[in-house]
Structures are given as C-alpha cells and as structure tokens.
Design a protein around this ligand. Structure first.
Ligand code: FAD
Ligand code: NAP
Length: 523
C-alpha cells in the first residue's frame, strides 16, 4: 500500500517530535492510500463542496469551518476544504484538526514545509483569503508578526523590514564587454564562501541565491539575450563580493540585463524562500548493501551548488500524479575524502546513499530511474554549522541505519580540518551485519587514524556476532560516550529514526550533556 509521505501538522503532544522532523504515522484504513486519494481527486467529485466555484474567504468565515465534518484550513493564503482528505492523512485527523478554521501555514512549515499541498489538495480548493488593509506599525516586534502573516498570504503585500536589515540588504550591478556580462553582488558581509552562493541558469532565466546566515538574497532575472551554459562564479571572501560571469552567445551590446522575475532583489529569511529545484542527471547507481545504493547525480553545467556539511537536499518526483518530496543527505564518494581541497567532482556532482524500502512510497520509484534519467534536486537546508566543531576536542556520532549519511561529510571535515580534535567516535546502530554501511571503509579509517573509533551495535545479530548488541540505552551510552578529559569541548551528533533520535537526546541529557553539546540532524 502506498501512503502520502509526510505529515503536515504536529499531532497533539508531539511538538518535540515535530522539532525533530519526526513522523508519527497512524494506521490508515484500507482504501485510504495516496493512490486512493489521487483516484478520488480525479473522479470529478466536488471535494471543495462549492460546485466548482472559487470564493474569497474572510478570517471570520474561515473560523466558522472548524469541525471534522466541515473543516477549512488556510495554507499560504489559499483555503482548502480538508474534510474529504481527513482519512487519507498519514499523520491522522487530530493532527489536521489543530489547524481547523485558521491559518495553518506556520504549523505546516514547522513539520514538512516542502510537501506540495497545492498539488495534493488542488481539488479541495475553496478560494483565497480576502486581503484586509492593515496599518503597518514600525515597531520591530509587530513588524515581525505582520511580516509572517504577510508571507502566509493573509495580508496584502507591504514591505516590512526593520532598519538594520535594510542596511544589510545586498545590492548588485552589472557590466559588459563584447563577449561577457558580469553581474556583481555586494553582500556587505565578510567571510562569504562558495557554499553560500547558489547559481542557476535555466531557459534564459538567471537565479542567484546568496545565503547570509539565516537570510537569503535573491537575484532573479530573465536575461535580455542568450548566454552559454558554462557560468563562472568568483567569490571575494574578504570583501563579500560575488561575481557571476556569463558568456554572451551573440556578440551584441545589451541595453539592460533583463526583466526582473518573481522575488527579484529580495532579502528574506531562508525559511520563507520556497525551495528551488533543478533537474540533475543520474550518472551511476552502485550497491552499498543489499538494500542501500549510492546514487550519483550530475548537476547541470549552469548550476553552482555545493551542499554544506550536515545539510540535506530534497528530491522531487511525481508519483501517482502528485508531487512527492523527500529529504536526502549528500555524502562524499568515500570516507577518505579530503576537505582541504574540495575536488571538482564535489562541485559538479551529488552523491546520495539511499535505502530502498520495498513498501515505501518514494524510494522504489527512485530505484526505477535509469542511468541518464533526470530528477529534481532542491537547494540545501539544515541547521548544522561548521562553527559547532571548529575548536572541538571530542566528537561522538550516534547513527542508526541511513542516519549514517550526515556523519560521512562531517567525519571527512573534522578529521582534516579540526586540529584540536582528540576523539571522533562513531556508535553505529544497525539490525544485522549485512546492514552496516561502508563497514570496511570505517574499519580501515579506524586503523589509519588513531583519533577515529567505530563501534557497531546490532539489534538483531546472528549467534556468531561477537560485538555489541542491543538498542540505544542510557547504560550503553554511559559506557561508550566518555569525555577524553574533564570539561573537554564535546559535541554529540545523533541521527536515525525519529524515536531513536528522541531517545538518544533524552539519554544524553540525563547523563549530564548540555543542549549545546548535542546536535540532532533533522529536516
Ligand atoms: P516511506 O513511504 O516513508 O516508508 C518507509 C517505511 O515506513 C516503509 O517500510 C513503509 O512500509 C513504512 N510505512 C509507510 N507508511 C506507513 C504507515 N502509515 N504506518 C507505518 N509504517 C509505514 N534516507 C536515506 O536513505 N538516505 C539519506 O541520505 C536520507 N537523508 C535524510 C535526511 C533527512 C533530513 C530526513 C528527515 C530523512 C532522510 N532520509 C534519508 C529518509 C528519507 O527522506 C525517506 O524518509 C526514506 O527514503 C523513505 O522514503 P519512502 O517514501 O521510500 O518510504
Ligand atoms: P533501521 O534499519 O530500521 O534501524 C537501524 C537501527 O536503529 C536498528 O538497530 C534499529 O533497531 C534501530 N532503531 C530503529 N528504530 C528505533 C527506535 N524507534 N528506537 C530505537 N532504535 C531504533 O533504520 P533505517 O531504515 O536505515 O532508517 C534510518 C532512519 O534515519 C530513517 O527514519 C530516516 O528517515 C532517518 N534519517 C534521518 C536523516 C536526517 O538527517 N534527519 C538522515 C538519514 C536518515 P530495531 O531492530 O530495534 O528496529
């Protein structure tokens, strides 16, 4: 049976699980899979309940529809009649009811903002929220909530920025020679690096997204004339200048750079910027274990995208007529990779280590991709910061199954760049020996680098297994996670199924590790 992939709203009492990117699926009744939902949406049945009419909805009207048998929810300014969808939602009815009769955008964003509900719920569309004129206050605290409501589509579009962020807004200019057009962006910030600059050129449209802490500056222009596919990006780290050099296809003077497109020249929080996708070509697929494969994807020549350590991207596929999106964490091609000199391969390819679930919604489709096929890949996201490991002494990694993926680049990075590091210890939880990802590489690395240690812990070992067995527990962690010296600078990273991660964090806190010393990888 296929199921809708993700929950939209946190279930009652599941705030922490939501923060962990967890998924509390409820068993769905027979005939309530994603396939069944798609079939229903295509049946011509009036799911919105308005006989095909679209209406303008006031906040008062929205609030009236807050019961299970009459439930409307607003997501990004659009109002949906959710009642027919209730039984098909993997997170359950109670979860959806948390947003009944109100703006559910924030609740939706807290959990899985990448799920395309516009596509999934298009037949349930009732209409758009009416826009009330509002007096915008200049006080920052009000501005933030107003801005939030504005972005959720509940308010008319009024530019609300406080004075400090206005001062920091990057600016751009452009110039040309006979053969080249150069766009220069002044970020007004120092320490810009290649991972912060994402450039795409598709169908004559240039998109430059610069990530400055938690903010995104976007240059988005339909270029006046055609340019060649290979685009050069130069970054002046110290002065915070980014140059994007385009090669003209025809040697003619441009009177203007082009036409501004949606959100051009905007500077907003990253979480408020929609995900952008480009098509990447599958160039190889190799087995790692009986159910896990390495997918190597090639970025388009005109894309500049480097995924930072600890971040994930989203893959998007149309399954049963619905856009489905799932997160994956790029790895390097081996544990021996050197982070001092990122190779050319790293900036042109993405390597994903993905477990195929035979009953899963997304991964069997992914596994059907042939070499040469394309798949949509988003920009990266994630809360991990390299500054968390810069002066680190002890690093512990608690990984379960494919929760190993963020640990790969992290290990590459710390073992090469963090001089203060004394211990890097991986506790790797799997069901059986056959499930251990890159076992021989891990064992080789432990032999080569005295700072690195790996401990495999199996939950379903064979009788022959001589190593550790069991599940994550307080006693196991107190035995295996030990500081190299009193008060050593320590970080413990946790990644795996949501409940594994939750338990891991709880046990570590009970053992006296502070919140700052624990990082969980989540979406
Ligand atoms: P799903 O449809 O989600 O099913 C997975 C399993 O759950 C199957 O066994 C299925 O039978 C069972 N199931 C489905 N529905 C229900 C239900 N209602 N009740 C009970 N059981 C159910 N995965 C990787 O392999 N590699 C990565 O690098 C990676 N990175 C990630 C990064 C992040 C930040 C996050 C949050 C997740 C990451 N994942 C990664 C997991 C990935 O996003 C998908 O969740 C995974 O690939 C499963 O997708 P699926 O649609 O094939 O399976
Ligand atoms: P798996 O094979 O099912 O399990 C791996 C190990 O974890 C097993 O020993 C298993 O023990 C244990 N485990 C599973 N669920 C547990 C729980 N609730 N509590 C304690 N131990 C548990 O794992 P998998 O299929 O590879 O799944 C990996 C998970 O990691 C997925 O949920 C994926 O979404 C997540 N992931 C997250 C990220 C991220 O960045 N957030 C990245 C990659 C993967 P048992 O035998 O007892 O089940």
């Amino acid at each position: 049976m296929l199921n809708v992939p993700a929950q939209a709203f946190p279930a009652p009492g599941s705030q922490q699980r939501a923060a962990l990117g967890g998924r509390s699926k409820v068993p769905l009744k027979p005939g309530r899979s994603l396939m069944d939902w798609t079939r229903l949406t295509k049946s011509g049945k009036d799911l919105a309940g308005l006989k095909g009419q679209l209406i303008k909805v006031t906040e008062e009207e929205l609030a009236k529809h807050s019961k299970k048998d009459d439930c409307w929810i607003c997501i990004r300014g659009l109002v949906y009649n959710i009642t027919p969808y209730m039984e098909y939602h993997p997170g359950g009815e109670d979860e959806l009811m948390r947003a009944a009769g109100r703006d559910g955008t924030d609740l939706f964003d807290q959990v899985h903002r990448w799920v395309n509900y516009e596509s999934m719920l298009k037949e349930c569309l009732v209409g758009r929220m009416t826009l009330k004129p509002v007096a915008v206050t200049t006080e920052a605290c009000c501005a933030i909530s107003e801005e939030k409501r504005l972005l959720n589509g509940m308010l008319p579009k009024i530019k609300v920025l406080d004075s400090s962020s206005k001062d920091l807004t990057p600016s751009y200019e452009w110039f040309q020679t006979d053969y080249l057009v150069t766009v220069v962006i002044y970020t007004k910030q120092k320490g810009i690096n290649s991972e912060m600059v994402i450039v795409d050129h598709q169908d004559g449209k240039l998109r430059v997204d610069i990530i400055l802490r938690n903010y995104s500056y976007l240059l988005h222009i339909e270029l006046s004339y055609a340019v060649q596919e290979d685009i050069a990006v130069h970054i002046s780290e110290k002065v915070g200048k980014v140059e994007v050099v385009l090669k003209k296809k025809d040697n003619i003077p441009w009177s203007k750079l082009g036409q501004p497109l949606e959100s051009h020249n905007s500077f907003i929080r990253c979480t408020d910027r929609g995900l952008y996708y480009r098509k990447c070509k599958l160039i190889s697929k190799t087995e790692v274990t009986h159910d896990t494969k390495l997918f190597c994807l090639m970025l388009p020549q005109s894309t500049h995208l480097q995924v930072p350590v600890g971040q994930h991207i989203f893959l998007k596929q149309i399954i049963a007529g619905t856009e489905i999106v799932k997160p994956y964490t790029p790895v390097s091609c081996s544990l021996k990779s050197d982070f001092k000199e990122p190779s050319h391969h790293d900036s042109t390819h993405l390597i994903l280590m993905i477990k195929i679930y035979p009953n899963g919604l997304f991964t069997p489709e992914l596994d059907h991709l042939q070499i040469g096929d394309c798949i949509s890949v988003s920009n990266s996201e994630g809360s991990f910061k390299k500054s968390q490991v810069q002066t680190l002494e002890d690093l512990f990694l608690l990984a379960a199954g494919t929760g190993f993926t963020p640990m790969v680049k992290l290990l590459n990075y710390v073992l090469t760049n963090v001089c203060s590091l004394r211990i890097a210890k991986l506790l790797f939880f799997n069901k059986t020996e056959d499930d251990i990802l890159w076992r021989s590489q891990l064992e080789e690395l432990a032999l080569q680098d005295k700072r690195f240690e790996v401990q495999f812990i199996l939950s379903e070992p064979t009788k022959e297994w001589m190593g550790k067995q069991g599940k994550i527990s307080s006693s196991l962690l107190s035995e295996l996670v030990k500081r190299s010296k009193k008060d050593s600078k320590t970080l413990i990273c946790v990644c795996g199924p949501a409940l594994f991660t939750e338990q891991g964090i709880r046990f570590l806190q009970d053992l006296g590790y502070s919140k700052e010393e624990i990082h969980s990888f989540t979406a």
